[in-house]
Design a protein. Structure first.
Length: 351
């Protein structure tokens, strides 16, 4: 009872401090709506899209981190033990924390699933303080998380004991992150999972099968509750550096993703290349667009990513508009991390 009380007080202090920096963390976790079946231990990767055939030129990508240099990081063991060497990141985009509230599913993955936002993370916190958050409707927002708040968040997980827990969820019901799973839940197969990845130092990755959440050991459950109810403050609409279009002839794709019962088409903007020329003789095509080129389309997508039927002449086309996250590439949308990345943080947290 004393340990549970101490964990609760620690969590309360974490939430209170985070809120002081404009980060809203609701006290009651909310289960995301919608479940799709798959085996949680099997990662799902999006198939690569078809080769590009487009009259539209791609915009420059955001600056990536150069090859990291390595610096010695002293270990906590006696000096006779060799020092552990971790890479130190140069300026650029590196993910510190990534949380997925709906990962996996029995439905087979197809290339355009990644464009519509399947396996899109709920939250991404980068080492340069940028933060991307997806709301319940699927819209993307951005904010910043000061280094002091990041240190408070990581420090709270350390106090929970999250990084000391053995297991990562890969052993399913036999994994050390669970205890006392009700027998009636053991036969519930093929549902979606939660996935939390904390990079840097300390680091840890856990996959949490949705039916087993109530059986999580307390350090993991307390950490999951923080991220599952996490809502950043001072949110602004996300402004990507690059968009991608996925174009298919006809209305079948739009109907699949629920673009509306009547599928009322919109007129394709005249300032953009004709859809028939962009599609050419292919069944589907990816078209990269910079923000200026994509601007005439934004009025049709609320939110984006989303799908819309457009009409040009006598033909109709299903078009998905997909903003890319800072760490995504045109040939690698919704990348799901398979392992943690260990590196020295670009800032120091007080001990």
């Amino acid at each position: 009872m004393m340990n549970r009380t101490r964990l609760f007080v620690t969590g309360l202090l974490l939430l209170t401090t985070a809120c002081a920096w404009g980060i809203t963390l609701p006290g009651q976790p909310t289960q995301p709506a919608g479940v799709e079946p798959t085996n949680p231990a099997q990662p799902i990767e999006s198939a690569p899209p078809p080769a590009l055939t487009t009259a539209t030129s791609a915009a420059p990508r955001p600056t990536r981190s150069p090859t990291p240099t390595r610096v010695p990081v002293p270990t906590l063991t006696p000096s006779l033990t060799p020092t552990k060497v971790l890479p130190t990141l140069a300026a650029g985009k590196a993910i510190l924390i990534e949380y997925f509230d709906k990962y996996g599913g029995d439905a087979p993955i197809v290339p355009n699933d990644a464009y519509i936002g399947r396996n899109l993370p709920r939250l991404v916190i980068y080492t340069d303080d940028q933060m991307i958050w997806r709301d319940d409707a699927g819209a993307l927002w951005e904010s910043t998380m000061p280094e002091k708040a990041i240190c408070t968040l990581i420090g709270g997980m350390q106090k929970f004991g999250f990084f000391q827990v053995k297991g990562d969820g890969s052993l399913e019901e036999k994994d050390p992150i669970y205890k006392d799973i009700p027998k009636e839940y053991l036969d519930m197969t093929g549902l979606t999972s939660f996935l939390l990845v904390v990079n840097g130092n300390p680091s840890k990755r856990v996959i949490i099968y949705r039916p087993f959440v109530d059986s999580l050991v307390q350090p993991v459950k307390s950490t999951w509750e923080v991220f599952n109810s996490f809502k950043p403050g001072d949110l602004q609409p996300y402004e990507p550096e690059l968009y991608a279009l996925w174009i298919e002839a006809g209305q079948k794709l739009a109907r699949k993703y629920g673009a509306g019962k009547d599928l009322e088409p919109a007129d394709w903007p005249k300032v953009l290349p004709q859809l028939s020329k962009l599609l050419g003789d292919q069944d589907a095509v990816q078209v990269p667009m910079d923000p200026e080129e994509a601007h005439p389309l934004l009025q049709f997508y609320d939110p984006a990513p989303g799908v819309k039927v457009f009409e040009q002449g006598q033909n109709r086309y299903s078009v998905i508009l997909r903003p890319l996250l800072p760490h995504e590439e045109l040939d690698n949308l919704s990348p799901v991390p398979q392992a943690v990345q260990q590196f020295a943080l670009p800032f120091k947290c007080p001990k």
